[in-house]
Design a binder for this molecule. Structure first.
Ligand code: NAP
Length: 293
């Protein structure tokens, strides 16, 4: 009760949230509530555990309860799609939704993951992907979002390297056919032969993620051009082993926390049509993850 009063909930407080299963580990409630407080918005953002058996009812509930916006996380990003009124073209291409906006009962699905990476790349690393040769390691959901986003950002070429080569080949074909971006696939063993012609390398696998912090994808940073940028979307730890090795080789690096903040910022901007306080969101994430003051 005291907590609710401290947050100033009233009869007109709007509701936002995140659905997933499990959801208790999600960093989004802390990040989004800090942003809402900083903006002085009369909204609250709540974690909602939804079993895969109840996705349809959860979306009907969003409509019935007038929930203004939801983030969608694992395992519901594809399952929610049939229950929405509209899917934004980028989410359509990616084939997954991580944000739903409720506009007077009309529900539209978006995917802000690729946009979050692109904004981090531009604003934090100062890189424009146009004309760059990009290598993405991984072929899962995050690789799909980043791959399509970059393919539409007029990069010169895209290499997809994945443990399961078949999955990389499928995604490479999809991206090439739908965006015309020159895209090839290889296994992790085949990755080395592309490193010398890579301008931007992005790890989208979970290799290096806490608690397996001693693992990394098979990248010899010495094989990359000295001008290359190495990105890792794993955000815990802040500096993965890949990022540390790249920095030790004198390469420019981009850790994953920015993408996490910017994909959340994009969702907030869709729901409330305001500029999100990105620095507040990043600081909250750092506090949650690393205990930074
Ligand atoms: N910074 C951000 O905002 C952000 C956003 C989204 C995701 N992420 C992070 O990105 C990572 C991937 O997320 P996702 O949603 O794309 O997951 P996903 O769909 O499950 O895909 C996982 C990818 O990692 C590969 N992989 C997993 N274990 C591996 C191993 N031991 N060796 C080699 N490859 C391995 C998989 O290869 P196979 O195809 O061979 O299985 C696949 O390519 C997670 O760590 C997640 O936390 C960060």
């Amino acid at each position: 009760m005291t907590d609710l009063l401290a947050q100033g909930l009233t009869g007109s407080t709007g509701v936002l949230g995140v659905i997933g299963d499990p959801i208790s580990h999600s960093l989004s409630p802390a990040m989004q509530n800090a942003a809402l407080r900083s903006l002085g918005k009369d909204y609250i953002y709540v974690p909602l555990a939804v079993s895969p058996l109840h996705v349809e009812e959860a979306i009907a509930g969003m409509r019935a309860l007038g929930i203004k916006g939801l983030n969608v996380t694992i395992p519901h990003k594809v399952a929610v799609m049939p229950y929405l009124d509209e899917i934004d073209p980028m989410a359509q291409l990616i084939g997954a939704v991580n944000t739903i906006n409720n506009d007077g009962g009309r529900l539209t699905g978006y995917n802000t993951d690729g946009y979050g990476f692109l904004r981090s790349l531009k604003e934090e690393a100062g890189w424009d992907p146009q004309g760059q040769r990009v290598t993405v390691i991984g072929a899962g959901g995050a690789a799909r979002a980043i791959g399509f986003q970059l393919a539409l950002s007029r990069i010169e070429s895209l290499v997809l390297a994945n443990r399961t080569e078949e999955r990389a080949r499928y995604l490479a074909n999809d991206i090439h056919h739908r965006t015309s971006c020159p895209t090839v696939a290889c296994s992790l063993d085949g990755l080395t032969s592309y490193l010398g012609t890579t301008d931007i390398l992005i790890n989208t696998t979970s290799l290096g993620m806490h608690p397996e912090i001693d693992t990394m994808p098979p990248v010899d940073c010495e094989c990359l051009p000295t001008t290359a940028l190495v990105c890792d979307i794993v955000y815990h730890p802040n500096e993965t082993q890949l990022i540390q090795k790249a920095a030790a080789c004198g390469l420019a690096t981009l850790p994953g926390l920015g993408m996490l903040a910017y994909q959340g910022a994009a969702a907030l901007e869709i729901w409330l049509q305001v500029e999100a306080p990105v620095e507040v969101m990043k600081a909250t994430l750092r506090r949650q993850l690393f205990g930074d003051e």
